[in-house]
Design a protein around this ligand. Structure first.
Ligand SMILES: Cc1cc2nc3c(=O)[nH]c(=O)nc-3n(C[C@H](O)[C@H](O)[C@H](O)COP(=O)(O)O)c2cc1C
Length: 359
């Protein structure tokens, strides 16, 4: 392939070049991967309604999330084990995201410590994605460390009471290397360096009451990640969360749920202006981000596109993927007749209407 010119090119290059026993973990979804495919396809069912003769000489892609300025409405989604794709792992992603002026949401399953990531990020904004594990003290220690290391919000993932069954991993025999550091899963005790299944146990008994516990312990704004229904959106808002992330974990948990873009409008309507709403899943283009904004998201997040950049080019690869997406967002805004993300509204999109070709 010639030089990659979009995020999908990076994913294609990664699929061709990374060991299939490793890339399957990044690429795959759960079960028959119906939801994985639905996520990306959902963007194709909306089309733009651009407005003409609008002065777009000055365009900004900048916005804020929970009051934090970011260069664009596209953030880095939390995904596990960057160290499998590049030697400096999360540090490469942290530097690239900070350089791009956008926010890095760091997974609990990071291969680098929060202190090291904070140093690599500099002033770059960061949120911590939190898994509540069965050993609650471990979760409390993790929250305290995140606060000390300057994370400005906690993203509590709620769609993983049990781990989804990812069949590509089973077929290709994906294994977490025993020497891969996972400081918030295995700890630093070498006796714990066994399998993730043994030591990474999210708490299946987590309920709304625990959300209050997390919020009180963290003293940080809490975003719930993995909300897919109006009912849970309303409950989240009633519990005073700062944000809700409409997500199906990139199709890696319950296969057969709605594409996240399809679930977005009902969650947006249910929460009203009580908290911010974000969406992830299937973002490959700046235009996808603009459709998400039109349907009510404050920002979108990308996992696999960033992973593709990291796998192909390390820090420079992530930087390129983020700059390609930012440029697509800017161009899309201008061609849509908008000068900022805030101007994108429901009037800028409509569902694609199926029609019969004349006989
Ligand atoms: C390889 C991989 C690992 C992931 N690890 C986590 C994780 O540790 N915590 C989490 O909340 N979500 C995790 N996710 C889900 C992402 O945060 C996000 O919801 C998803 O990647 C969005 O879909 P996209 O990859 O199509 O952009 C992971 C996703 C992938 C692809």
């Amino acid at each position: 392939m010639s030089e990659p010119v979009n995020a999908s090119d990076y994913l294609e290059l990664a699929a061709a070049n990374v060991d299939p026993k490793v890339w399957c973990y990044f690429e795959g979804g759960a079960g028959d991967e119906v939801t994985l495919r639905a996520n990306a396809a959902a963007y194709g069912r909306w089309r733009f309604r651009p407005r003409m003769l609008v002065d777009v000489a000055e365009i900004t892609t900048e916005t804020t999330v929970l009051g934090t300025p970011v260069s664009m409405p596209l953030l880095v989604a939390p995904f596990a084990m960057h160290g499998l794709l590049a030697a400096d792992g999360e540090l490469a992603t942290a530097r690239a995201a900070a350089d791009a002026g956008t926010l890095f949401c760091v997974s609990t399953i990071t291969t680098r410590t929060h202190a090291a990531i904070a140093a690599a990020s500099g002033d770059g904004p960061r949120w911590l994605q939190l898994y509540v594990v069965q050993d609650r003290q471990r979760t409390l220690d993790h929250i305290a460390e995140a606060r000390e290391c300057g994370y400005s919000a906690l993203v509590l993932t709620v769609d993983m009471p049990l781990l989804g069954r990812r069949e590509r991993d089973l077929k290709l025999g994906f294994q977490i290397p025993p020497d891969l550091p996972l400081p918030y899963i295995r700890g630093t005790d070498p006796a714990l360096a066994e399998t993730m299944a043994q030591h990474f146990q999210t708490s299946p008994s987590l309920t709304w009451r625990d959300l209050e516990w997390v919020a009180a312990e963290s003293e940080l704004p809490v975003v719930l990640k993995g909300i897919l229904t109006a009912q849970d959106g309303a409950l989240a808002a009633e519990h005073g969360v700062a944000g809700v992330m409409v997500s199906n974990h990139g199709g890696r948990q319950l296969d057969g749920v709605a594409a996240s873009l399809d679930a977005l409008p009902e969650v947006v309507e249910a929460v009203g202006d009580r908290c911010e709403v974000y969406v992830d899943g299937g973002i490959r283009r700046g235009g996808d981000v603009l459709k998400a904004l039109a349907l009510g998201a404050r920002a979108a997040l990308s996992g696999r596109a960033v992973a593709g950049g990291l796998a192909v080019g390390g820090e420079a690869g992530v930087r390129h993927v983020l700059s390609l997406l930012r440029d697509e967002i800017e161009l899309g805004l201008g061609l849509l007749g908008c000068t900022s993300p805030a101007e994108v509204s429901r009037a800028h999109v409509e569902p694609v209407v199926p029609y019969d070709l004349p006989a």
